[in-house]
Design a protein around this ligand. Structure first.
Ligand code: NAG
Ligand code: NAG
Ligand code: NAG
Ligand code: NAG
Ligand code: NAG
Ligand code: NAG
Ligand code: NAG
Length: 678
């Protein structure tokens, strides 16, 4: 391998260095004249030997990879190998202080990244593969645009990207001048200053640490790395990896140049000899022209330059503003106007979706707290990433409908906003957070029984409203403690109803995608994929049991055995000791009749046969004491057992049971919303 590299590479103006141990592979380029690189997109080598990755075309990418791949893992023991690379680059922005979008050095399993997107995706990823652990892409980005979607820290940063554009570590472009002992002085750098800079990326295979340093050309290597991250490279790399550059432009463009590049696998990259680097294009002269003896002409020129600068400044500001607040709005959305909230308002309300505003992250996306700029209304904003635009119109129609649903036990949806690949849902802010915080994982505050019982009644009322009292039937599809929120008075409110629909519309409409959470999924739902009001009741049953027992529907015990809550409660029922299932942390302060009621009702709602479950109206009557929970007949228990045994909640139960005849009860529902009139 090294020998063939030597033969082919010696012909060009760079050389391959084989170390004494002959286990390291290396190359170094001072300029790229005649270099055998794999170029694509906008990239080209200019006459002087400069590698230009982009050429001033907007919304485009350019790549340059070393033609042959490397093994970054020691095949005999699976350990990652060390590598080291350094390169000198310069970015010539289109406008003095706006550039797009940046460049990156990457290890990738293929040198064909033509399917990747420009702009914020940096020519490395696209909407389908960003963040996927099977990408095997490791990159160090020099990013000159702040992309909020990827939590970028600013518009002038260096970041380490593992399989996605949300950097695992990043820092503003800067360095410490110290080269020996001590950090030295801290200095900022501007990536888009047209000044050549030196980036070094060094991975220590033994310590599994990646260090990145940035410095101006000519300065010695800083002692303190700008970024230092520890990870096991061998879990990120594929068998053979290519190394190279990627750059991308967006609505604004730039020229991204590489002047020289050194790389070494299993050793230290040779220092680039800066005297041998090609020259950069001249920097256009800044500032006003020289004072001339014709004063009038000078004044004229000066004032026009001033005007031009002013206009450009305005333009730049406008472009930045536009990029920051860019949102998607299409013609069909006009009719949903009242529900539409501007992205700009949400951005301001949440301090730019800053970390300090973040309330948490869940299955559907992250949630931020905010205060609307004008009304001072407290809101919670849920950012749902939604790669596909498919079904967006229908979903927005549903949001608009759901926005009209109002009930004191439902979290009010105030409106929505859209950005590329992202949907933002705006809700009333619930100061006391979600119920699970007060039940599981050593809560700071444990909810007492009377409060739990009240929350249960609240949620039953909210669900009854969705199922039977509003103008259309609304299915919730994901009832569980973490979707129950507590308002200022600790009243329970059901959140996120109908949101599961969004995930129901998978890319492939042929496959039925069951949405919900394991342990709350009704057996017939996982079999048929059809959600009904009784599958909601099933999840409500699981919710009743978790609130009364203070345990999750399926728990892994320390012994490694799964505890299926329904089975356990059922066992206690048979032993006529159902109240023993209650949350032991409640101590003596509970009402035994209420506890038994909730547990029995929980079992009844969890019945494997849909028709045996009560409706939400009956549930509310039981909870209000207006009707008695039928004592579980022996027969029911037997039936229950036959299917709920063996930790298998998903056995097809209806197929063998006489109650099968009433299957027609399962009204086929293909939408969250369907009109009443059964
Ligand atoms: C460039 O490198 C590729 C891959 O090693 C090789 O197939 C090709 O012959 C080389 N071309 C030149 C001109 O050296
Ligand atoms: C940039 O490169 C592309 C692809 O090679 C080419 O079509 C385009 O004309 C070039 N633009 C400029 C400004 O050179
Ligand atoms: C790979 O691991 C083997 C066994 O630990 C070691 O002898 C060899 O030197 C390693 N190879 C490289 C390239 O580090
Ligand atoms: C996304 O990128 C991957 C890898 O480069 C590629 O296989 C895939 O086709 C791309 N997807 C789209 C939609 O372009
Ligand atoms: C990740 O990519 C692999 C292969 O391209 C694909 O099979 C898998 O579904 C993707 N995973 C996610 C979460 O998108
Ligand atoms: C460096 O830039 C940051 C903003 O990016 C600024 O807060 C800081 O004061 C600057 N430091 C120096 C030494 O110029
Ligand atoms: C690093 O990851 C590889 C592959 O996943 C594994 O074989 C190896 O044991 C890991 N090394 C360490 C020290 O965890």
């Amino acid at each position: 391998m090294v020998a063939t590299l030597l033969v082919s590479l010696l012909l060009a103006t760079y050389s391959v260095v084989a170390s004494a141990a002959s286990t390291s592979e290396a190359f170094i380029y001072h300029g790229f004249h005649g270099a055998n690189l794999s170029l694509d997109g906008l990239s080209a080598v200019e006459h002087g030997g400069l590698l230009r990755l982009t050429n001033g075309t907007k919304q485009s990418t350019g790549h340059a990879f070393f033609p042959t791949p490397f093994d970054f893992v020691n095949s005999s023991n699976g350990n990652p190998l060390s590598f080291s690379t350094a390169f000198v680059f310069a970015i010539y922005p289109q406008y003095p202080d706006v550039s797009a979008h940046g460049l990156a050095i990457a290890l990738a399993p293929s040198k064909d990244l033509a399917g990747a997107l420009p702009s914020q995706h940096l020519g490395l990823f696209n909407l389908t593969n960003n963040g996927n652990s099977s990408d095997h892409i490791l990159a160090v980005e020099l990013d000159t645009v702040q992309t909020i979607e990827f939590d970028d820290i600013n518009d002038n940063h260096v970041g380490i990207d593992l399989n996605g554009l949300r950097s695992i570590d990043s820092a503003p472009a800067s360095y410490f001048t110290g080269t020996g002992i001590g950090r030295g002085e801290f200095k900022n750098l501007s990536l888009i200053s047209r000044q050549p800079m030196h980036l070094r990326v060094e991975y220590d295979g033994e310590a599994m640490r990646l260090d990145v340093t940035l410095s101006p050309l000519g300065a010695a290597k800083p002692q303190v790395p700008l970024l230092s991250s520890t990870f096991n490279l061998s879990s990120f790399v594929a068998d053979r990896m290519y190394v190279g550059f990627s750059a991308a432009t967006g609505a604004v463009t730039a020229l991204h140049y590489v002047l020289g590049w050194s790389f070494c696998l299993n050793g230290k990259a040779k220092e680039i000899d800066i005297s041998r680097l090609p020259a950069l294009p001249p920097v256009p002269a800044d500032g006003a022209p020289k004072h001339s003896h014709v004063f009038l002409v000078a004044l004229l020129i000066a004032s026009s330059v001033f005007l031009l600068v002013l206009i450009m400044f305005g333009l730049v500001l406008a472009v930045r503003r536009k990029m920051r607040y860019a949102e998607e709005r299409e013609d069909w959305e006009v009719e949903y106007g009242p529900h539409r909230i501007s992205y700009k308002d949400l951005y301001k309300a949440t301090n730019g979706f800053g970390e300090e505003s973040m309330l948490g992250a869940g299955g559907f996306g992250s949630v931020y707290r905010g205060v609307m700029p004008k009304s001072k209304l407290q809101i919670a904003v849920k950012r749902v990433s939604n790669g596909s635009r498919q079904g967006m119109k229908e979903f927005v129609a549903e949001i608009a409908t759901i926005g009209r649903v109002r009930h004191r036990n439902l979290v009010q949806l105030l409106g929505y906003s859209r950005r590329r690949g992202e949907l933002l849902l705006v809700y009333d802010y619930m100061p006391n957070g979600s119920l699970d915080r007060y039940l599981f994982d050593r809560p700071e505050v444990l909810l007492g029984w009377s409060q739990r019982f009240r929350v249960i009644r609240c949620i039953a009322a909210g669900l009854l409203y969705l199922h039977e009292e509003w103008e259309q039937v609304v299915l919730h599809r994901d009832i569980k403690a973490s979707n129950v929120l507590l308002d200022a008075e600790f009243n329970g409110r059901l959140g996120d109803f109908g949101l599961a629909r969004l995930y129901d519309r998978g890319a492939n409409p042929q496959t039925t995608h069951v949405v919900g959470t394991l342990g709350y999924l009704a057996p017939e739902l996982s079999r048929t994929g059809i959600a009904t009001t009784s599958s909601d009741v099933y999840a409500f049953g699981a919710f009743l049991l978790e609130v009364a027992c203070g345990r999750r529907p399926i728990e892994l015990k320390t012994s490694g055995v799964e505890l299926v809550l329904v089975d356990w409660v059922l066992d206690l029922l048979k032993k006529k000791a159902i109240a023993e299932a209650r949350d032991r942390r409640l101590g003596e302060s509970f009402d035994v009749e209420e506890v038994e009621l909730v547990l029995k009702l929980g079992l009844l709602c969890s019945h494997p046969v849909p028709t045996a479950r009560p409706s939400m109206r009956q549930v509310v009557q039981f909870l209000d004491g207006d009707a008695k929970v039928p004592d579980m007949m022996e027969e029911a228990v037997l039936l229950f057992e036959s299917v709920a045994r063996g930790n298998n909640l998903f056995v097809d139960s209806t197929a063998t049971h006489p109650m099968d005849g009433s299957e027609s009860y399962l009204f086929p529902v293909s939408d969250t919303l369907f009109s009443r009139g059964r």
